[in-house]
Design a protein around this ligand. Structure first.
Ligand SMILES: [Zn+2]
Length: 73
């Protein structure tokens, strides 16, 4: 099993480069998802907050958390 959250986040960034029309969820939307124990991926798949979809894309929660950490680094 070579799939990891880190890999899924990289996949998502690759996906951003070749797909148009996506937008990050706003804070309220993300909070609603997390309150329900779920999260969306950039391609609209429903996953767990710390998971990734069958297409290999990380959840928005993982993606945005990683971006926030990068911003601090
Ligand atoms: Zn998907």
């Amino acid at each position: 099993m070579s799939m990891s959250a880190e890999r899924a986040i990289r996949n998502a960034h690759d996906w951003f480069e070749v797909n148009d029309g996506w937008a990050p969820p706003d804070e309220d939307t993300l909070a609603d998802w997390l309150a329900d124990g779920v999260c969306r991926c950039p391609d609209e798949c429903l996953v767990t907050p710390n998971g990734w979809c069958r297409h290999g894309l990380a959840s928005w929660h993982l993606i945005l958390s990683a971006m926030a950490e990068d911003g601090q680094g």
